[in-house]
Design a binder for this molecule. Structure first.
Ligand code: NAP
Length: 338
């Protein structure tokens, strides 16, 4: 078994990591870290567990550690669910100390030798680990994109060979995307907030790197532009998006592409049977009905119509965060990078 730790284990994404790693066939959860506020407490006492599945018994007894490199000595991989501004330093220290880092945090995502990976879209970018090793790092850092970008780019995988110059996307993002302490109830209930700081820029930037080509030394960005417009809505989990593609192909051709798409990777424990569920009902996908498909790892695409427009929805803390990182780690093990 590979010994793993979770940095920021008490937060919205950290809790998902704990839940998904509790009974994992490759990974044994050995270290949980958080802030000084939580350090020294048993996990069950430190965490305000908010998931619908119970806190795994064995994990509840782990004592939460301070987020310091000294507390991570016997770990092979750390999953990072820290706020971005805190993640950079400790993630770099881990990689230098020979630990593999699979990070949800934004700090390292756009660095030229750090892969930003969504396995169904750009698994080959994992070869960038070799650039890090050539530069003398014993471990590695692999990042996954922000939660909306993951759901969005998986939906683009079947149509990526059609030519487009501009993609537009309007998001309706769940409150769990803002973190555990995220957004006060008085601000979000009975409301829509048409601003999520930094989110539009992240979607616009990260998509081009993920869908770009890695030529062995760098990623050449995808040759189109993305315009995003982000909104926070009173949904607990599940980010929904409306997407417009400026392509010449007919609806029938795009539908065929969604229906016939074959996932380029296979046989990993967290990979769902279907990464994309193409839906034809006129009022789907919906977060409450569709977010837990494929144990939260399947995205749902629907409402495909002329000009080409469609809707997509995926679970933000599973598919868009913890599950995505764990899938990356499984692929890393499978490809022998550990
Ligand atoms: P969160 O709920 O606010 O959790 C933050 C975690 O970091 C908690 O465990 C917290 O520990 C810990 N922490 C805070 N200050 C710390 C410090 N000074 N030293 C060490 N640990 C500290 O945030 P989140 O939503 O889980 O997001 C975590 C990361 O994932 C962020 O970078 C976010 O952008 C990214 N992300 C989030 C989502 C999502 O859907 N929520 C999706 C994709 C990516 P305490 O409990 O002890 O304070």
């Amino acid at each position: 078994m590979v010994s793993v730790g979770v940095l920021g284990a008490t937060g919205a994404v950290g809790q998902r990591f704990v839940q998904l790693l509790a009974d994992h066939p490759y990974f044994e959860l050995t270290v949980l870290t958080a802030s000084e506020r939580s350090a020294g407490k048993k996990y069950r006492d430190a965490v305000n567990w908010r998931l619908d599945l119970p806190l795994p018994e064995t994990v509840g007894d782990i004592t939460v550690a301070d987020t310091r490199i000294d507390n991570l000595k016997n770990v092979d991989i750390v999953f990072s669910a820290l706020p971005a501004d805190l993640a950079g330093k400790i993630e770099t220290e881990c990689a230098k100390a020979g630990i593999g880092v699979c990070s949800n945090a934004g700090f390292h995502r756009m660095e030229p030798d750090i892969p930003l990976v969504v396995p169904e879209v750009n698994a080959d970018h994992l070869r960038m680990i070799e650039l890090q090793r050539d530069a003398g790092t014993d471990g590695f850092i692999v990042t996954n994109p922000n939660c909306s970008t993951i759901v969005f780019t998986v939906s683009l995988a079947p149509v990526r060979n059609f030519r487009f110059t501009d993609i537009r996307v309007a998001t309706m993002q769940a409150i769990s995307g803002a973190g555990f302490e995220g957004i006060p109830g008085m601000s979000i209930f009975d409301n829509v907030v048409p601003y999520i700081g930094g989110e539009e820029e992240k979607i616009e930037r990260e998509t081009l790197k993920i869908m770009g080509k890695f030529d062995g030394s760098e990623v050449v960005n995808a040759p189109f532009s993305v315009s995003a417009s982000c909104n926070r809505v009173p949904v607990i989990d599940g980010h929904s998006m409306a997407v417009w593609l400026d392509i010449k192909e007919s609806v029938e051709m795009v539908e065929k592409a969604f229906k016939n798409w074959k996932c380029p990777i296979m046989d990993l424990p967290t990979l769902p049977e279907k990464s994309i569920d193409y839906m034809t009902q006129p009022d789907r996908p919906q977060p409450r009905l569709d977010r837990m498909k494929g144990k939260g790892m399947t995205i749902s695409v629907g409402r495909l119509r002329p000009q080409i427009r469609y809707n997509v929805m995926g679970h933000n803390t599973i598919r868009g965060a913890a599950g995505a990182s764990i899938l990356n780690a499984e692929l890393i093990c499978d490809r022998g990078y550990l």
